[in-house]
Design a protein around this ligand. Sequence first.
Ligand SMILES: [Zn+2]
Length: 367
Amino acid sequence: MSHAVPSKIDERYSRQVLFRGIGAEGQRKIDEARVAIVGCGATGSALAGLLARAGVGRLRIIDRDYVEPSNLQRQSLFDEADAAESLPKAVAATRKIATFNSQIVVEPKVGDLVPSNIEALLEGIDLILDGTDNFETRYLINDYAIERSRPWIYSAAVGSYAVTMNVLAGQTACLACLFPDSPHGMVETCETSGILNSVVNLVASIAATEALKLLVSLPNPGAEAPAKGGDFLAALKRCATQNHLRQTLLSFDVWTNEHAEISAAKPRPGCRACGKRDFIHLAGEGRPHITLCGRNSVQIHERQRPIDFAEMDRRLQPHGTVRHNDFVLKFWREPYEITLFPDGRAIINGTTDAAVARSLYARYVGS
Ligand SMILES: [Zn+2]
């Protein structure tokens, strides 16, 4: 009597395959799937770690930032050596994943996801996950995902609060159904309001589980030409109804224990994105214009974000030197100098890279 020796891959995923929601067929689909994680900070790290261990066959990690010591409290794929070397997060994450799952393919993409490169960066992807820290990029992902009938999962966390929602094109509400416009005025960011690592892991665990439910329901994840149109929408519908996929905007605060669910089961009639199919963010119209200004400065032509200088001064105090009068606020954080105007316009001195400027703005002002 011969005993089949289980292959390494079988042994690795055996406990997950035993779970009846996954099974051998589900594991095969997970192995064939291609998932993009946009933004690899705290939430992106946790999502990438969970899905890499679960055996998602191809992960594309897109991030514009570099590892810093202040990331280590919550960004679980990075260590002190990565921060000392200021490695790009996408590269550091890929190296770390290779130490615990060398059987999957991880593609690091160091850069800012913008309208001009979204096509190339998300090509052939079955599912898009949100690890970003700003609405600008989320609206761009939403437009792309609706236009292409790709599923995506929105996740966000700040302080002790997190929120997440599955967006299935044409089946559920999209981000623009619930939030037609990006937030105006002062926005909380992890840099200015802080963040608990536990709320990040909670929201990432929920989103990663929804991702697995989706992947095991897709007709043929990883296919050269992913299913489109009617077949794909029908599959998403089956997936939503048969596979317990959540159809709400879920929010919770791990400190106050408040939680809420708002129905997101149906698209909002008249929604700009999924109703009228007016993809302004994909067309590059929904974002502030950015220009080079001077020898070593970038200007962000935002005008929709009235700034309370006294409050901004207070928030930025722990991070550098801040000065303001009624007309201008200046914030120095080596090697950058940020000049902020009352309508939200900013000049960032110390770089000519729009991605760096955008990242600094998202972290310290909010976008
Ligand atoms: Zn919509």
